[in-house]
Design a protein around this ligand. Structure first.
Ligand code: TYD
Length: 192
């Protein structure tokens, strides 16, 4: 099973993935984690470019679209291990939500693996800005509002569970477990 976590910056993906992994393992499954961008040379280049002041321009976003797509193609083989549940922190769905230009991004990601389950951590934009100590500028708020909207629309295209990420860590974790349980044949009412 291939589970993808998505959400705007500060939504709590890495914390929640860690908690979900522990719980799935306690239920007797093997779990493998993936993070995008990866630690490949392409992933390192992506992180550098994201720091540039012109990272948000259309031109750089097109370049980033290419690099993100290349970075994930490099790890495609790892996603085929059927003996494990693979949980990914971001995916091609991030590219669709962040880079926009769906036509361009879809061509580049033709060979990206589609999720069996998408978990969307839906966080309010004000909380995202506060949690990431990001700039509360009009541009930033407008950008994140667009990304959040894109995510909610994209979720309709996949088997997905939308989780309210504005709650405390333990409440969010329990909501995620309840949502994932039926896919793994675990009784959802047995979750504290
Ligand atoms: P993020 O998971 O937030 O990394 P970190 O743990 O370093 O905060 O991802 C880095 C940024 O990259 C984030 O703002 C989202 C963006 N991103 C894209 O724009 N497109 C993509 O395809 C991916 C995978 C990430």
């Amino acid at each position: 099973m291939y589970i993808i976590f998505e959400g705007i910056d500060g939504a709590g993906k890495s914390t929640q993935i860690g908690m979900l992994k522990e719980w799935i393992e306690a239920n007797g499954f093997k779990v493998e984690l993936q993070v995008e961008p990866t630690d490949s040379e392409v992933g390192k280049l992506i992180r550098e470019i994201l720091q540039h002041p012109d990272a948000n321009t259309e031109r750089v976003q097109r370049v980033l679209g290419l690099l993100f797509a290349a970075d994930r193609l490099l790890i495609m083989d790892k996603l085929e291990d059927k003996s494990k549940i693979i949980i990914s922190d971001r995916s091609f769905i991030s590219s669709l939500a962040y880079q926009g230009d769906a036509e361009w991004i879809e061509i580049l990601n033709r060979y990206a693996k589609k999720p069996d389950l998408l978990i969307l951590l839906d966080l309010d934009v004000e909380k995202s800005v506060a949690r990431t100590s990001g700039e509360d500028t009009f541009e930033n708020v407008e950008f994140l509002t667009g990304v959040k909207e894109n995510y909610l629309n994209l979720a309709k295209n996949y088997t997905s569970e939308i989780i309210d990420a504005n709650n405390g860590i333990n409440k969010v974790s329990s909501d995620i477990k309840k949502a994932v349980a039926p896919y793994l044949g675990i009784c959802p009412d047995c979750i504290p």
